[in-house]
Design a protein. Structure first.
Length: 364
């Protein structure tokens, strides 16, 4: 499903102060009670995350959405693919709302269903073995549905190793969409040789820019997608952090490149990063390679640890940042008025096919 641009908010929002916005959001929340649950991804700004009934990484938020069968409305403060996933996992009676329709994910946009189907048919023309498709949840519902139809599974950064191990039990090769880095980092950790057993598939080139022989030899075919936020982290930043802060522990998200992940002390999902830092000894110094809203929040909430972002130039996820308190207020007010807006609805048969890929992931 393509990302739709958000219409401007009604003019009067420009005159509402931050304090008044908070007061009005609180009032709406009180009036709506259990009819609404607000989910917030860890990369949301503080002015939004403070309203979240639940915070989490992609996996936790998917599970929470699926487990909540009571709330009429799930207001998803995150990005488009997360709201789509929540819609697929919730009941028909529930509606998922994305407060700002422009909150997409540039990585998810790097794999369109047309490109993926074209790549798949080219691939099938040169291999005669079973290829298992695996998609990171940071993908459109159409890609998830494609993967579900072709007996593959979704994964998140929390369970990629489990899903990729499962895929290797199902077939000789796997094709991983759309984040080459999560696919590469996870496969290398599972013992796949990045030079001899992996190829990167560039959708702009015939056979993804690979020779038939290289594809036949590969165990893992990585879609050439990436996250522009995590692409900013480098081994030079890690070297600088180690030189400036002796004893620093470096932790990064697996959307970073393989050399960055290898140079770090640990890598994992946003939830993993939070757990690792929260459970460390007071006084520990952490250099963190992930989105700045999360890093700054950890630094504020854990003042007895020294926590800093590896990238000296602030690197927010600009699409996550589009969920401004005005949009949250507008969404809640519209629900109260009986005219909910920005409902994310994945149509059939896409929803059922995508659900197969998600269910496979959740059952592993
Ligand atoms: P997590 O599942 O680790 O929260 O990651 C989501 C994401 O978009 C990271 O860029
Ligand atoms: Fe997408 Fe990267 Fe933003 Fe995550 S941080 S939502 S992968 S653009």
């Amino acid at each position: 499903m393509a990302i739709t641009l958000q219409d401007p908010l009604p003019d009067h929002f420009a005159d509402i102060s931050p304090e008044e916005t908070d007061r009005l959001i609180a009032k709406c929340r009180e009036e709506l009670g259990d009819r609404v649950v607000i989910l917030g991804h860890h990369y949301q700004r503080d002015e939004i995350i403070k309203w979240a009934d639940h915070r989490g990484d992609s996996l936790k938020l998917s599970q929470l959405a699926g487990a909540n069968t009571k709330a009429e409305y799930i207001v998803f403060c995150g990005v488009h693919f997360m709201a789509e996933t929540a819609d697929i996992l919730t009941t028909k009676e529930q509606s998922v709302i994305l407060p700002n329709l422009s909150a997409g994910c540039s990585m998810a946009d790097m794999a369109s269903i047309r490109q993926v189907e074209h790549a798949w048919s080219q691939l099938q023309s040169v291999v005669d073995c079973n290829v298992v498709p695996v998609t990171y949840v940071n993908s459109t519902a159409a890609i998830k549905a494609f993967v579900g139809r072709n007996n593959g599974a979704c994964c998140t950064s929390s369970n990629a190793a489990r899903v990729i191990s499962w895929a290797f039990e199902q077939g000789e090769k796997l094709m991983f969409f759309p984040d080459q880095h999560l696919g590469r980092n996870t496969s290398v950790a599972l013992g796949v040789d990045p030079d001899r057993e992996m190829v990167t598939w560039d959708p702009a080139l015939p056979l993804g820019g690979n020779s038939t022989e290289a594809i036949r030899q590969a165990k893992v075919i990585l879609w050439k997608g990436h996250c522009s936020v995590h692409a900013r982290f480098t081994t030079e930043q890690i070297a600088e952090a180690r030189a400036t802060h002796p004893g620093v522990k470096v932790i990064v998200h697996p959307e970073c490149s393989l050399d960055v992940v290898k140079a770090a002390d640990a890598s994992g999902s946003t939830e993993f990063i939070i757990q690792a830092i929260s459970s460390s000894e007071p006084g520990t110094t952490w250099g963190v390679g992930t989105e700045i809203n999360l890093v700054n929040r950890l630094a504020r909430e854990l003042p007895d640890r020294k926590i800093f972002c590896l990238d000296p130039v602030v690197c927010p996820c600009s699409t996550m940042y589009r969920i401004h308190p005005y949009y949250l207020l507008w969404s809640l007010q519209n629900i109260l008025m009986g005219a909910p807006t920005n409902i994310i609805m994945v149509q059939e048969p896409t929803a059922s096919d995508a659900r197969r890929a998600l269910d496979r992931m959740l059952s592993l």
